[in-house]
Design a binder for this molecule. Structure first.
Ligand code: SF4
Ligand code: SF4
Length: 97
C-alpha cells in the first residue's frame, strides 16, 4: 500500500486546498525530503477523489523508506522556507553490530 498524504501545509502549492493534497500522487526527492510536485501557484487544482499518496521516495536515509516506497502509515507535508518537505521523515538508525 502506498502511504497516503494526511495533511499538507504548503498553501501556496497548486495542489493544496484546505490542508489536503489534491495531486494524483507525489514523489519525494533524494537530496532532502522535498515534495517534487510542489508547484507555486495562485490557481488551484482540485481533483480529490481519495487521499493523494507517495508514489516514490528517494530519501534512502529515512527509516520508512523500503526500496523507494514509503512504509509509513501516512505522511504530513510541512512548508519550509520556499518549498515543501516531508514532515514524517525520520533518520534511519543503523542497527548495532
Ligand atoms: S506540496 Fe506536495 S503534498 Fe503539498 S499539496 Fe503540493 S503536491 Fe501535494
Ligand atoms: S516518511 Fe520517509 S520514506 Fe516516507 S515519504 Fe517521507 S521521507 Fe520518504
Amino acid at each position: 500500500m502506498k502511504a497516503p498524504i494526511r495533511s499538507c501545509e504548503a498553501k501556496e502549492c497548486l495542489y493544496c486546498k484546505e490542508g489536503h493534497c489534491h495531486a494524483p500522487h507525489i514523489k519525494v526527492a533524494a537530496s532532502h525530503a522535498q515534495c517534487e510536485m510542489f508547484t507555486r501557484s495562485v490557481m488551484r487544482y482540485i481533483n480529490r477523489r481519495d487521499n493523494s499518496y507517495v508514489e516514490h521516495c528517494r530519501m534512502r536515509s529515512c527509516k520508512w523508506n523500503r526500496h523507494g516506497s514509503c512504509s509509513a502509515h501516512h505522511v504530513d507535508i510541512k512548508y519550509h522556507v520556499d518549498h515543501a518537505d516531508c514532515g514524517t521523515y525520520m533518520i534511519r538508525v543503523a542497527a548495532a553490530s
